[in-house]
Design a protein around this ligand. Structure first.
Ligand code: ADP
Ligand code: MG
Length: 786
């Protein structure tokens, strides 16, 4: 393990060694990737997942998680950027905590028994103040429970309090099934777990369990498929508290850090923790004078459910306020920059282009382009997120923006997350822009040396106006003559660091980030709060809605017939599987099914295969054959997930749909319905499916609206997983809960705006606590308040 407080020095050396070892992952025994991840994680914990440093570190850590999957060039870029950033890293936050916060940094260590220390370290909680924010996941009162007999047919979960009275364990192949019978005096429930052998030892007849779940009613009675975080075991004492009408806070647990552990820890440490807290008040904006201490006490020792909720609101509001204030100040500072270039909007290229496209821009495309023009005309750089559902025409917006840049003598770059996508964008842009006399170059990891050299020369000399590529664009030898406009496609697939690295190739270029993941507004405001937002909320004319059907495996014959009929009409089909090759799991794989389809079911049809482990040239050839209609049925993995655009494809079949997340299903479905013919999507599921998977598949059949799906996803999973923050330790349902806090975020934003407007340096006494919090978390990022 790296020294807890010196992860930077302990990482610099191995990174340099890795460069010497030519990115073979050999710099450290056990692998540089794992080592770097550990160091970055340790470092991230010093900052907390909400801070920009924390975010950056988390992304970098995630990038190292993929290290082995990166090309050598990508590894080189990642190591170089990480080194560069860490070498310039400012002092660690412990170095000089502002006075008001000193006492809060009191360590928690003395309260943790030695045998739990390791497990506890993983929670990221270090100080007494951190512990205060460790919010109960539930506060229970007997009035919250629903008798089993009455738990029927509701989407939202019930709280159920029941006792174990029977356990059975069966094994079939790789799958182990644990069935637990529960009863509560009014009814019974079967609680089923797959492959959780460690749970077995926790289960004993007579033990009380709290379940937060929505049972399904089947012909075998009520049942629930078990999932982490949806249950807690109760001790006899806890049970008594509930019976007496008391309130029981339950904390998130792990196998080592049990409910008893947390209860014990709070019993000992809550008092000292509250005492160490400066008692800030927020009366000015909450109407109610609830001091921080009082609020934290009510969070852990609530007197009523209402008091708990009020306290959480008060504390979450403060969190959001700090974050929003930070984002606003940062945005203000950004607006002080002078990019020093002027754009031309009525240039010859844009005029020629308008005449050349065979369709009208949608109203939404026109609106967004106007927003972009207004931003470009400003003296400071644009920082805009373009959110548009799959198929809404984002690429065209990017292309037109490139023309503004080109007419103004500036180069543009577009970075996409995968080679397939980069290649496809490249083809699109080349087709659109070449007739106008623009040169577009492609830069990906797999280029031949000569192609690469030519592309680099064209960019450096300014002969090429547009560069399209993957992370390969970030390599050191990629230099532009005059980069003015940057587009990042599928923004959430990139780290903060990667975005910055691309922007550094120009002088404060204007940035447009594109995403098809329609983040709900609360999330945009928190994670992209310093960003302006444009929305493409209209589809090109003539699109027909995609019909989505859910079929169990047993009905696959029907799907085969449907597909054959469509193919005979000249249409094309995507057929997606969750895994490439057969593995120990019972999942069907793309390669195996490709064999079966081409030799058996679809014998005589032209079937193709595409997956991520194929060589770049192979992948390209397959995609080209599919685009040229030489392949009728394309069996694939999720490599087709983003961006692939073949208008003649009208059928999407997703097998094991229960294995995919909603965003992924939506992306996959978005590969069809791009032309004027009516399209169909089949979601095939195997019988082994969790309640959540069932909900996902069901909602997919009822709507094609990405925004509705993402709101639903937010309810189902919480924002962390959606944005890939799940690993970051930002726990959902804690103090801050974006699923429920939409209005609170808005209010915090509005308040922060008002305060900063009136007092930009936050000098008023009422704003002192905000300034202190900002300085302790974001010090070196904010010049304007220091
Ligand atoms: P996105 O990237 O938002 O998923 P694309 O930019 O790939 O969507 O556009 C989807 C398809 O719609 C492309 O084939 C594109 O050529 C076409 N398209 C874009 N804008 C229009 C428009 N205004 N009218 C008709 N077709 C359009
Ligand atoms: Mg796209």
């Amino acid at each position: 393990m790296p020294e807890p407080l010196s992860p930077i020095p302990s990482l610099l050396k191995p990174l340099k060694l890795e460069q010497k070892k030519k990115f073979t992952n050999l710099a450290v025994t056990g692998g540089l990737d794992r080592y770097a991840r550990r160091c970055l994680e340790a470092l991230a914990k010093l900052y907390g997942p909400q801070s920009p440093e924390g975010l950056w570190l988390e992304r970098a850590r995630a990038d190292f998680g993929q290290y082995l999957a990166l090309t050598l060039a990508e590894r080189e870029a990642l190591v170089a950027e990480t080194l560069q950033k860490l070498e310039a890293w400012p002092a660690l936050p412990q170095a000089a905590p502002p006075k008001a916060e000193v006492r809060q940094t009191q360590s928690l260590a003395p309260f943790i028994p030695a045998e739990k220390a390791r497990a506890f370290q993983r929670t990221g909680l270090k100080t007494l103040r951190d512990l205060l924010a460790y919010t109960p996941k539930w506060v229970l009162h007997r009035s919250l429970f629903t008798p089993l007999a009455q738990c029927t047919g509701r989407e939202e979960p019930y709280f159920i309090l029941a006792r174990i009275n029977g356990i059975s364990q069966t094994r079939r192949g790789p799958r182990e099934t644990l069935k637990v019978a529960l009863e509560d005096g009014t009814g019974t429930l079967i609680w089923t777990w797959f492959n959780r052998p460690y749970l077995r030892k926790e289960l004993s007849n007579g033990r009380w369990v709290v379940l937060h779940a929505s049972p399904e009613v089947s012909r075998w009675g009520k049942q629930v498929v078990g999932q982490a975080d949806t249950f807690e075991f109760l001790s006899e004492d806890d049970k008594q508290v509930l019976e007496k009408g008391g309130l029981l806070p339950l904390y998130p647990t792990t196998p080592t850090l049990t409910q008893d552990f947390w209860q014990g820890l709070f019993a000992k440490a809550l008092g000292p923790a509250l005492e160490s807290l400066p008692d800030t008040r927020l009366e000015a904006d909450l109407g109610k004078a609830l001091g921080a201490r009082e609020a934290f006490r009510a969070l852990h020792r609530p007197e009523s459910l209402e008091a708990f909720e009020a306290a959480r609101h008060r504390l979450a509001f403060e969190e959001y306020l700090v974050l929003q204030a930070y984002l606003m100040l940062k945005k203000r500072e950004m607006s002080q920059r002078r990019k020093g270039r002027a754009y031309v909007f009525g240039g010859e290229k844009i005029l020629a282009f308008r005449k050349s496209i065979p369709f009208e821009l949608t109203g939404a495309q026109k609106k967004v382009l106007k927003e972009i023009r207004e931003d470009l005309a400003k003296p400071y750089p644009m920082n805009r997120l373009l959110q548009g559902d799959v198929g809404s025409g984002k690429t065209l917006v990017a292309a037109i923006s490139f023309l503004y840049a080109a007419d103004s003598g500036l180069q543009s770059a577009l970075m996409a997350p995968t080679e397939i996508l980069a290649q496809q964008h490249f083809d699109t842009f080349r087709k659109l822009l070449k007739p106008l006399g623009l040169q577009t170059v492609l830069l990906t990891g797999g280029l031949k040396a000569k192609e690469k050299r030519q592309a680099l020369e064209a960019l450096a000399a300014g002969r090429a106006q547009v560069a399209v590529g993957t992370h390969a664009l970030l390599e050191k030898d990629v230099a532009f003559k005059n980069l003015g406009f940057v587009v990042i496609d599928e923004r959430h697939k990139f780290g903060v660091l990667q975005r910055a690295a691309l922007e550094e190739k120009g002088r404060w270029p204007d940035s447009l980030m594109m995403t098809a993941t329609p983040f709900p507004r609360a999330l945009v405001l928190t994670d992209y709060g310093d960003t302006d937002l444009s929305i493409l909320d209209e589809f090109p004319k003539g699109r027909k809605p995609i019909q989505t059907h859910w079929r169990s495996e047993a009905k696959k014959e029907e799907v085969y017939q449907f597909v054959k009929a469509r193919v005979l009409k000249g249409e094309q089909v995507f057929w997606v599987f969750p895994v490439v090759e057969e593995s120990k799991s019972f999942l069907k794989s793309a390669t195996q099914m490709y064999q079966y389809f081409s030799q058996d079911v679809f014998h005589g049809f032209r079937v193709g295969l595409l997956h991520g482990r194929m060589k770049k040239e192979q992948k390209q050839a397959v995609m080209a054959d599919f685009a040229a209609k030489k392949i009728q049925i394309l069996v694939s993995t999720t490599v087709v997930e983003v961006g692939v655009d073949v208008a003649n494809a009208t059928v999407m079949v997703v097998e094991h749909a229960e294995r995919f997340g909603l965003a992924q299903l939506h992306q996959l479905r978005g590969r069809v319905g791009r032309g004027s013919a009516a399209s169909t999507c089949f979601l095939l599921t195997s019988p082994l499916m969790s309640a959540d998977a069932l909900k996902r598949v069901k909602i997919m059949t009822t709507t094609t609206d990405g925004f509705k799906l993402s709101e639903f996803d937010l309810k189902l999973r919480g924002p962390g997983e959606i944005l890939g923050l799940a690993q970051s330790g930002r726990r959902e349902g804690g103090l801050v809960d974006l699923r429920r806090d939409g209005a609170l975020v808005e209010r915090a934003r509005e308040t922060a705006g008002r305060w900063i407007e009136a007092d930009p340096r936050l000098e008023a006494p009422d704003h002192a606590f905000l300034k202190a919090a900002l300085k302790s978390r974001y010090d070196f990022q904010l010049a304007s308040i220091s």
